[in-house]
Ligand binder design. Structure first.
Ligand SMILES: Cc1cc2nc3c(=O)[nH]c(=O)nc-3n(C[C@H](O)[C@H](O)[C@H](O)COP(=O)(O)OP(=O)(O)OC[C@H]3O[C@@H](n4cnc5c(N)ncnc54)[C@H](O)[C@@H]3O)c2cc1C
Length: 414
């Protein structure tokens, strides 16, 4: 397959434009991709042409991850313009996100064991001089593996890696460098604009052979050469035959948590980076809105400034679109500002978009009983799309795809 011709206009639009964390920008990018980008997506999407040419993919992930735009909106938009057949490949990618989200919600112990694995991985690395050195080289782009080092630099400079590069990178990290997968996943989370607890953790587990048990993803020199159009010196030996990782821990299925009814009374709206488009969460408008962000240091090592800025901007956009008087605070203590604002507005209800498993959810679960003690009810509102699709994410992706195929077709608006 040869590289298609890209006009400078297309390239400029998709990549050289700054990643502005607003819903308006996400919608504009979605429209442009739907009209001009989708046509060649299924043939071209696996090619990684490097940071100067991202015209063959949508680059929508930072906006979807913050839910400035939703999976449902993307699917509806594409099916309004294209046939299901033409849009199928792209929709299938979008649905991976839905699948991973739903799967992690129903196997929450995976998140806990990943968190513990970061600390045990650090412990392992710090007790072995060779591993300490290798880990340092891996996160600074100095392993001597040309492609891997180049992706490390790209990730730190652009806060983004192509999907294929993420697969190769994770595979080399785990099977060639033999570093703990949890440290690699954490490195991604700190630097990706789209860093997402479910997509990232489960993709790393998938590459390692822990998600689909016994089946790992092995990066090969020939595959990298082909899909990067020979951009790298492929002189380092990759482990192309390694066995999958295994783990002793079982991760039991747990049904999705059922949610309380939303309040009929006045309420305060809380916006977090998990969902920055909360306009239609409840039937009525909130009396006021507050955005809360954890500081960049609080999420198991520091997030890069670019990642933090994007998330912060997304929360600001989410609040501003609801209430011009709303504010966004960056703090570790979320209890006091919520109680203060609820009391000053004379309300006893706070509503927020459902927060899937991850640091924000942990924070809210820890303060929910304390708010209750203060006479304030915190309620979560789950989007209908999640409510419908997530329960199907119990086994592998292909079973999920099969059981949701008709649901997706139904999203086409007449
Ligand atoms: C090791 C590894 C880690 C990853 N970590 C993340 C992460 O933290 N956050 C994240 O959003 N994606 C993650 N991905 C998935 C995927 O690489 C990115 O979503 C994609 O590269 C984003 O670029 P794009 O929007 O141009 O993608 P496109 O190719 O244009 O795909 C369209 C959309 O489909 C969704 N998508 C595609 N593939 C996946 C996938 N495997 N999982 C979930 N959604 C997908 C994204 O929303 C994306 O915007 C990871 C993949 C791997 C292999």
């Amino acid at each position: 397959m040869s590289k298609r011709q890209v006009t400078s206009n297309e390239t400029g639009y998709f990549w050289q434009k700054k990643a502005v964390p607003t819903r308006a920008e996400g919608l504009e990018r979605l429209s442009s991709f739907a009209v001009t980008g989708l046509k060649s997506y299924s043939d071209q999407r696996n090619y990684d042409y490097g940071p100067s040419d991202r015209s063959n993919i949508s680059l929508l992930s930072p906006w979807v991850r913050h839910r400035l735009i939703s999976e449902q909106e993307i699917i509806e938009k594409l099916l309004n313009i294209h046939s299901h057949r033409d849009a199928e490949k792209y929709i299938q990618q979008v649905v991976w996100r839905t699948y991973f989200k739903g799967w992690l919600e129903q196997h929450p112990s995976v998140w806990d064991s990943y968190q513990k694995g970061i600390w045990s991985g650090l412990n392992e690395v710090s007790h072995d001089k060779n591993k300490t050195r290798l880990y340092e080289k891996a996160i600074t782009g100095q392993t001597g593996i040309d492609c891997f080092d180049s992706w490390t630099v790209d990730l730190m400079e652009h806060s983004y890696l192509h999907n294929h590069a993420r697969l190769w990178f994770a595979s080399i990290w785990v099977f060639t460098l033999k570093l703990p997968w949890e440290l690699g996943a954490n490195f991604f989370m700190r630097h990706l604009l789209d860093g997402d607890p479910a997509s990232n953790t489960l993709s790393w587990r998938w590459v390692s052979g822990l998600h689909t048990k016994g089946k790992n993803y092995l990066a090969t020199s020939s595959n990298i050469k082909k899909f990067t159009l020979g951009r790298f010196k492929m002189d380092a030996l990759l482990d192309e035959v390694a066995s999958p990782l295994n783990e002793l821990t079982e991760h039991p299925f747990q049904s999705l948590t059922s949610l309380e009814n939303l309040p009929n009374d006045d309420f305060l709206l809380l916006v977090t980076k998990e969902d920055c488009n909360s306009v239609d969460l409840a039937k009525d408008l909130p009396v006021s809105a507050l955005g809360l962000m954890l500081s960049e240091k609080s999420e198991v090592f520091e997030n890069s400034p670019a990642v933090f800025e994007f998330s912060h901007g997304a929360v600001v956009d989410g609040v501003e679109r609801i209430s011009s008087a709303g504010e966004v605070l960056i703090c570790e203590d979320w209890l006091e500002p919520l109680i203060d604002l609820a009391r000053s507005n004379n309300v006893t209800n706070i509503v927020t978009a459902y927060t899937p498993i991850g640091p924000v959810n942990s924070k809210l679960q820890s303060i929910k009983p304390l708010l209750k003690n203060a006479g304030i009810e915190l309620s979560f509102s789950r989007k209908q799309y999640d409510q419908t699709f997530w329960p199907h994410a119990t086994k592998g992706f292909f079973a999920f795809k099969k059981s949701t195929n008709n649901l997706i077709k139904e999203l086409a608006v007449n």
